[in-house]
Design a protein around this ligand. Structure first.
Ligand code: ADP
Ligand code: MG
Length: 252
């Protein structure tokens, strides 16, 4: 747990003139799950998007401060965004498979990065679907449209698509909020397995989920990082009264 993968330093984010994140400082550790919790609108998604510069897509946003990935500043001007997003993949709140076959969804990223060899692609598709705990359900229907899958399967497909390019970090923004309890449990199990290979940062509004799957939990409130601690500590002995109030359900 002492292996820092991402270092966030004095990070502030503005949409127009309004600050959405205020001077965040935080370490994110390799091969661990970091959960971001806090009430709606506190800046969790904004923070997550700062970690692979997805906010670059939103007009009138301004970022101050730095984010280091393995010691390299991702906001420096010579960073290739395609390369950055290959290293730092993302899974969104609603499953968003492309309207194409299951196979092509997973092969999409590798193809984008220049892999054309069919055997190599087959291998990546299979191993990614296996890692996403979906292979056994889809191995016979790889050419079928991804949109024909259930919501839970689609989300695992999105995980497979994200890991197919072998990222180092996986960002997940409330990946189970559109799923039923069974599909949620499968994704949570998947996350626990994937942390052996990736650094995972997950936004969740579900505190039980944070407690179940994360090693470290960060509590945000109105754009500020109030407290970041080992998950067990934050849920049993938080330092800040606001954290205590939130996790005991007094607000949010
Ligand atoms: P959370 O994910 O914790 O619910 P967000 O990061 O989505 O919070 O939002 C944090 C704040 O930033 C909110 O006040 C929200 O209204 C604002 N915000 C988020 N996205 C945008 C955007 N694209 N343009 C302007 N304001 C935004
Ligand atoms: Mg959000």
């Amino acid at each position: 747990m002492n292996n820092v993968k991402i270092k966030v330093e004095n990070l502030s984010l503005y949409y127009g003139d309004s600050p959405a994140l205020k001077n965040i400082n935080m370490h994110i550790y390799n091969q661990s799950v970091t959960a971001l919790i806090g009430p709606s609108g506190c800046g969790k998604s904004s923070f997550l998007r700062c970690l692979n510069r997805m906010n670059d897509f939103i007009p009138n946003t301004r970022v101050e401060g730095n984010v280091y990935l393995d010691g390299l500043n991702i906001y420096s001007s010579n960073v290739e965004l395609i390369e950055l997003r290959k290293k730092v993949g993302m899974v969104f709140q609603r499953p968003n498979p492309f309207p194409m076959s299951i196979y092509d969804n997973v092969a999409f990223g590798p193809r984008l990065h220049g892999i054309k060899d069919r055997e190599k692609l087959d291998e990546i598709v299979e191993s990614s679907l296996r890692s996403a705990a979906l292979w056994d359900e889809v191995k016979g229907i790889l050419t079928r449209s991804a949109l024909s899958l259930s919501g839970g399967q689609q989300q695992r497909l999105c995980v497979a698509r994200a890991i197919a390019v072998k990222p180092e970090v996986l960002l997940m923004d409330e990946p189970t909020s559109a799923l039923d309890p069974l599909a949620t449990a499968r994704i949570e199990q998947l996350i626990r397995n994937l942390k052996k290979y990736f650094t995972i940062v997950i936004v969740t509004h579900n505190m039980q989920q944070a407690a179940r799957i994360s090693d470290v939990t960060a509590f945000f409130l109105m754009g500020e990082l109030i407290e970041v601690e080992p998950t067990e500590k934050i849920f049993t002995a938080p330092e800040d009264q606001r954290t205590a109030d939130y996790i005991t359900g007094r607000f949010g």
